[in-house]
Design a protein around this ligand. Structure first.
Ligand code: GSH
Length: 263
């Protein structure tokens, strides 16, 4: 059985969950406790970030490496086109989703927390400090004091990340004007990477991810709620409806999430 070591609230993990669901592979999730659980993760995988995939004795860290591994081991329902040009574009778009969308989305979400009380209250009443820690990743120090003030998350950082994401969403809308998926007629890794890494800009419309219900369909004002990008969010809703399994209170075919801590 495939085991995904994850943070439920991680956008890189969401990319892998989308891929696992698309390939119709059963898996269990192991919820890693931020901080202490990452020590075990380090022992297991040689690094401390999620996602990590375990398949028997094989341990694969990093979402791109996991995608490659899954494509090699489970070629049914392929994710990567065979045509060389399409294949090159697919890997390029996947990297762009991780680096540009993923990095900037994290910044704008933290910015939205500090600037928009409504967005914050949609999450905070039921959130735990752990959830916030998951969202901000490895940033040290007291999480709440970080919001809007920490290094890399000040107003200028948020403004420039928002501008980059506007351009990214505009490009995606243009591509999707004439074709159903980012590389043409079939879904590929590019689609699942973009869908997963846009999670912090706007959370999925239904409870695909085990997060507070109040956060479904909520997102960063100015990006998640403007008519200009509506076609992109509609596209993502359809991708989720077609390929992602709804959260059912336990992981797919598994025993339920467990937390790993220090021994
Ligand atoms: N390049 C990695 C990035 C993974 C990543 O940034 N993971 C975050 C969660 S989204 C994490 O584990 N943060 C905790 C930490 O860095 O300690 C990938 O694609 O998997």
């Amino acid at each position: 059985m495939l085991e995904l070591y994850q943070f439920e609230a991680s956008h890189h993990c969401e990319k892998i969950r989308l891929i696992l669901d698309y390939k119709q592979l059963p898996y269990t999730t192991v919820e890693v406790t931020p901080g202490v659980g990452q020590i075990d993760l380090y022992r297991m995988s040689g690094q401390r970030q999620v996602p990590v995939l375990k398949n028997g004795s094989e341990v694969i860290a990093d979402s791109t490496a996991i995608a490659r591994y899954l494509e090699t081991q489970y070629p049914e329902r392929p994710l990567v086109p065979t045509d060389p040009k399409q294949q090159g574009l697919c890997w390029m778009m996947e990297a762009w989703a991780d680096e540009s969308i993923g990095t900037n989305a994290r910044t704008v979400m933290i910015g939205a927390f500090s600037q928009h009380p409504n967005f914050r209250t949609a999450l905070l009443p039921v959130s735990t400090p752990d959830l916030l820690k998951n969202l901000v990743g490895s940033v040290p120090g007291d999480v709440l004091s970080l919001l809007g003030t920490g290094v890399g998350f000040g107003p200028d950082d948020v403004r420039s990340a928002t501008e980059i994401l506007r351009q990214n969403l505009e490009s995606l809308c243009l591509i999707l004007q004439t074709q159903p998926y980012l590389l043409g007629e079939q879904p590929t890794l590019a689609d699942f990477a973009v869908a997963g890494l846009t999670m912090y800009i706007k959370f999925p419309a239904k409870q695909y991810v085990d997060l507070p219900v109040g956060i479904c369909d909520k997102g960063v004002p100015g990006l998640a709620d403007v008519p200009q990008f509506e076609s992109f969010w509609k596209w993502r809703d359809r991708l989720y409806a077609d390929y992602r399994k709804l959260h059912t209170g336990g992981p797919t075919g598994g025993t339920g999430p467990v937390t790993i801590g220090i021994e």
